[in-house]
Design a protein around this ligand. Sequence first.
Ligand code: ZN
Length: 79
Amino acid sequence: MPIYEYTCDSCSNKFDKLRPVTRMDDAAPCPACEGDSSRQLSVFAVYSSGSDGEMSAVPGGGGGCGGCGPGGCACSMSV
Ligand SMILES: [Zn+2]
């Protein structure tokens, strides 16, 4: 399950949530003020490059490649 990062629209608090891909666009209330937040997109790249095959399902993209190592995979670049 991928981690998504959100930024609160009200207090600019940043937090992340572990949630299914199917729910990535659901509202994530800010833990500090319960306000609305916006999902940040940058986490994907950081997260997938840091994982060492531990998280083989690349959210929003491929999923067809299970055997690529960190860094040099073409399928993670084509998302
Ligand atoms: Zn907030």
